[in-house]
Design a protein around this ligand. Structure first.
Ligand code: ADP
Ligand code: MG
Length: 408
């Protein structure tokens, strides 16, 4: 385990806190405040400990000057102020005199937020390429580094790895701690039976996750468009369904290797067109008409999955069961949510951007043990990779003998 913000003395210290405020925006308005809400416990804790909190985050991608206007963190600072019930001083710069003065003038218990760290990408991708001088500069502003941005932990950027490598004290925030605990434990030290549910758009996106989980999970339930590549491997007709011909051999190999631990859907909802109101029918998996495409799993599959999940103690789910964006084809995804919500004493974890969005959209936000805030980061963590944004933090001294892969 990594050291956390609890392990350091914060009194009167300038705490540089990397948060993930990469919130979805539309027309200058924040459409989902979840990421801000998730960062509140760490910020509040630091303030209670009389720290001076300096927040850094990225928002969107900055490729040209004109990207700046719609990716300023100014509205996020406003929203944070509201949610925190405390004034947040926003500095519309990422470096320079205004930044240094603002930090210098801080009193304990105050919050300053800098402009989007990726504004530094305009001039030679300094943030995204972890420019050594930039990390050093940001580090020079503070005493302690706290990383609570799990969503960017799979990237080595100046605002995480760069700062951490220039400060003696670099620890995890509470959100980061939660992500490490739930996803890390599920992958490295799961309470069994451990069942993984994998769906979503493509086998090719998830190769490493499947390969990693196939050695760890007791069962892997496949759904989403991914299933059709497996059907093809079994020689079934898949019609117009999304299917990756280049990965049929890979799917075959997995089925051989899995020894029955891979469970495929037994029925599927098919239609002639990819549309919200398309006429649909349920067919057995090996009876997909040549002119139709599968957009969801069917009711028999949900029964089968419910059975496989009975008694599971750890469940990790990545990838929606169907095209949940269309209400008509959200039944499979909804059904899986319902099954998982009903499991007693199971640790249920969602990793994956769209799966998390689906579960929240369908109203199951409170029903899971943990919904990861990181899309790409949770996927890489599930693959068993070491994430640079976690690696750069200090290790706890530990003698427990069963620590995660982040333990040196
Ligand atoms: P996550 O972000 O959770 O890792 P993915 O990005 O892999 O998930 O997949 C999400 C996408 O997969 C969704 O947009 C969904 O519409 C799509 N999808 C799921 N099932 C199907 C299907 N049968 N046909 C086409 N697209 C599908
Ligand atoms: Mg996705």
């Amino acid at each position: 385990m990594k050291k956390t913000i609890r392990d350091v003395d914060l009194k009167n210290k300038v705490v540089l806190m990397r948060v993930d405020f990469n919130v979805p925006m539309k027309d200058g308005k924040i459409t989902d405040v979840n990421r801000i809400v998730q960062a509140l416990p760490t910020i509040k804790y630091a303030l209670e400990q009389d720290a001076k909190v300096v927040l850094l985050s990225h928002l969107g991608r900055i490729k040209e000057e004109s990207d700046k206007a719609q990716n300023t963190l100014a509205p996020v600072a406003k929203k944070l102020e509201e949610l925190l019930g405390k004034s947040v001083k926003f500095v519309p710069e990422t470096r320079g005199k205004a930044v240094e003065e603002a930090v210098k003038n801080m009193k304990s218990g105050e919050v300053v937020m800098l402009e989007n760290t990726r504004f530094e990408d305009l001039d030679g991708k300094k943030e995204s390429k972890n420019d050594p001088e930039l990390g050093k500069y940001w580090a020079s502003l503070g005493d302690v580094f706290v990383n609570d941005a799990f969503g960017t932990a799979h990237r080595a950027h100046a605002s995480n790895v760069g700062i951490a490598s220039n400060l003696d004290t670099a620890v995890a925030g509470f959100l980061m701690e939660k992500e490490i605990k739930f996803i890390g434990d599920a992958v490295d030290n799961p309470v069994r039976p451990f069942v993984a549910i994998l769906g979503g758009a493509k086998v090719s996106d998830k190769i490493s996750v499947i390969e990693s989980l196939i050695n760890k999970a007791d069962k892997i339930l496949i759904c989403g468009a991914m299933a059709y590549t497996f059907y093809k491997a079994l020689g079934y007709e898949v019609g117009e369904s999304k299917c990756e011909l280049d990965f049929v051999e890979f799917a075959k190999g997995l089925l051989d290797k899995a020894n029955g631990r891979i469970v495929l859907p037994v029925d599927t909802v098919v239609t002639k067109e990819f549309a919200e109101d398309a006429e649909s029918e349920v067919v057995p998996s090996d009876k997909i008409p040549a002119d139709k495409m599968g957009l969801d799993i069917g009711p028999k599959t949900l029964e089968l999955f419910a059975n496989e999940l009975k008694g599971a103690k750890t469940v990790v789910w990545n990838g929606p069961a169907g095209v949940f964006e269309f209400e008509k084809f959200a039944k499979g995804t909804n059904g899986i949510c319902t099954i998982l919500a009903g499991l007693k004493d199971a640790i249920t974890i969602i990793g994956g951007g769209d799966s998390a969005a689906a579960a929240i959209k369908l109203g199951f936000e409170e029903k899971f043990t943990h919904i990861s805030t990181g899309g790409g980061a949770s996927l890489e963590y599930l693959e068993g990779k070491e994430l640079p944004g976690i690696e750069c933090l200090e290790d706890e001294e530990c003698h427990c003998g069963h620590c995660h892969h982040d333990h040196k």
